[in-house]
Design a protein around this ligand. Structure first.
Ligand code: HEM
Length: 500
């Protein structure tokens, strides 16, 4: 009896492996997957680091199965260029994403919107009306004021030689700037529910183990609750603004809600644009700008604390360019060459979105001899690209001087350095994000001589990556792929759904 079982088992395994082999002949290579879970068992806390190790064996274009869905991983500048430049339009869509579907108005937003006329209109609106240079500059004095508040706080703490939780202060600075710009009030003054929701999202994201998040239905319910409180919060924001807008036409600082309401009320958009779309964009802008800058600043400052010689060199540049006036102005930033090298080096080693956001192909495509079917997901491992020894000399080391006389920058033209992505789906907030990161790093380095607390030595600084909000999307993608699959099975079997 046992032998019949063993023979059947061997037969099933053989059929699976043969099917796998036939499929794999066309797709890029990758590790053997297990039934249902695919390659999920191969991943720990940091997906991008595990993918980097696997790519060393299977090459810069490989196939990984997150559950049942094949995902193509690009891990070299050449591979990134193929997907993001040579075949840019084919890979410019985003996959279905359960969390985003609930939270972002059925993916009617820009960040996770499917490629097509609707997304193109939304992108044009954001780039031309909300994130253009004039608009960004109109918030310059707000940024200056918020940075000054942080400097005043730190000066006071320094005079008492108090230890400061800089990470918390940077998060709050970044959130305040984002909220002031988008909804016209500080994050600190925003009502508790919205803050709870942001914290809840961070907590969900910070859970390192898939299993901790099951049962998945509870998670879906939680997503729906988050979506509801988010919607209520945004409805209130719009109501407050509509009242204000009608009664106070002389307001001097026009936040992004004002601009969007003006566009909506003008009725002049070339596409359907109502409150749902305004809310989707507002949420995009808040989510995209709240944590990205503070995380980047925190990494760059950590590298500076770890490398006192680089810190000294940067301070000396700031003394020369900014002088003793104390306050770094945004116009100074263009003259701070060494600062820009430090920032690039920080982004190279610590991109806040190590796998960018997931891309999806809208048609079949042959690429480097591989056949990539329509609907394939693509992740570009910019973290791995930043550590590629074929591109970077001593890639693990923090050496800003590597950019002396180099034309490589972070704006998406150089595929060896892509912290903001490249081409159609690249970050439209690049200029704003870069300005905030450069301004805050420059000001904090210029204003203070930093010391590590309680005798901590530079080499003791923990540079291990946290599984935080910025890794949310990659992680949620893995998770929701599995959830999507289970949900579609449930939808096909309503009796099982009812029992649940
Ligand atoms: C240091 C700061 C920032 C970094 C490193 C960053 C990085 C990124 C990355 C890597 C992507 C995805 C690119 C891709 O999928 O290929 C992205 C997309 C996006 N970012 Fe940023 N970002 C930052 C700040 C901002 C800010 C301040 C805003 C707006 C206020 C913003 C708005 C967006 C939007 C709307 C998208 C989606 C674009 C689309 O799918 O068409 N980002 N960002």
């Amino acid at each position: 009896m046992t032998s019949i079982w063993l023979v059947s088992l061997a037969l099933v395994a053989k059929i699976f492996l043969v099917k796998e082999f036939i499929k794999r002949k066309k797709l890029p290579p990758g590790p053997i997957r297990l039934p249902l879970i695919g390659n999920l068992h191969m991943f720990g806390e940091n997906l991008h680091q595990d993918l980097y190790k696997i790519a060393k064996k299977y090459g810069p274009i490989m196939t990984i199965y997150f559950g049942l869905v094949p995902t193509i991983i690009a891990s070299s500048p050449h591979a990134a260029q193929l997907f993001l430049k040579n075949h840019d339009q084919i890979f410019a869509s985003r996959p279905h994403h359960a969390a985003c579907y609930y939270i972002f108005y059925k993916q009617r937003n820009l960040i996770m919107g499917k490629y097509g006329p609707y997304w193109r209109h939304m992108r044009k609106l954001c780039t031309l009306q909300l994130l253009n240079n004039v608009k960004i500059n109109s918030f310059q004095s707000m940024r200056k004021q918020e940075v000054q508040i942080l400097v005043n706080f730190l000066e006071k703490a320094a005079s008492h030689r108090d230890v400061v939780d800089l990470s918390a202060k940077l998060t709050s600075l970044s959130a305040n700037m984002a909220c002031l710009m988008v909804i016209g009030k500080k994050y600190n003054n925003v009502d508790g529910d919205f803050k709870d929701m942001v914290q809840e999202m961070s907590r969900m994201a910070a859970t390192p183990n898939l299993a901790d998040l099951f049962p998945f239905l509870r998670l879906i319910l939680r997503m729906k609750q988050i979506a509801k409180s988010c919607d209520e919060f945004l409805e209130n924001v719009i109501d407050e603004h509509t009242g204000q807008y009608l009664s106070d036409q002389s307001k001097t600082s026009i936040d992004m809600v004002d601009t969007l309401m003006e566009i909506m009320q003008s009725g002049e958009t070339e596409f359907e644009f109502d409150r749902r779309h305004v809310k989707a964009i507002l949420l995009d802008l808040l989510v995209a700008s709240m944590d990205t800058s503070s995380t980047s600043i925190e990494w760059i400052l950590s590298e500076l604390f770890k490398h006192p010689n680089v810190m000294k060199k940067l301070q000396s540049e700031l003394d020369n360019v900014v002088g003793q006036k104390g306050i770094v102005e945004e116009k100074d930033l263009e003259n701070l060459d060494y600062l820009n090298m430090v920032i690039k080096e920080g982004f190279r080693l610590h991109p806040v979105a190590p796998l960018l956001l997931p891309h999806e192909s809208i048609e079949d495509c042959t690429l480097d001899g591989f056949q990539i079917p329509k609907g394939s997901r693509v992740l570009v491992n910019v973290w791995a690209i930043g550590r590629d020894p074929d591109v970077w000399h001593e890639p693990e080391k923090f050496i800003p001087e590597r950019f002396v006389e180099s034309t490589i920058d972070v704006r998406g033209q150089n595929f060896q350095l892509l912290p903001f992505g490249s081409s159609r789906r690249s970050c439209p907030g690049l200029q704003l994000g870069l300005t905030i990161v450069r301004l805050v790093v420059a000001q904090l380095v210029h204003s203070f001589d930093w010391e590590l607390p309680n005798g901590t030595m530079p080499n003791d600084i923990n540079m291990t990556e946290k599984f935080g909000l910025d890794l949310l999307v990659a992680f949620m993608d893995t998770l929701t792929t599995t959830i999507d699959w289970i949900l579609s099975e449930l939808l096909r079997h309503p009796n099982v759904m009812e029992n649940l």
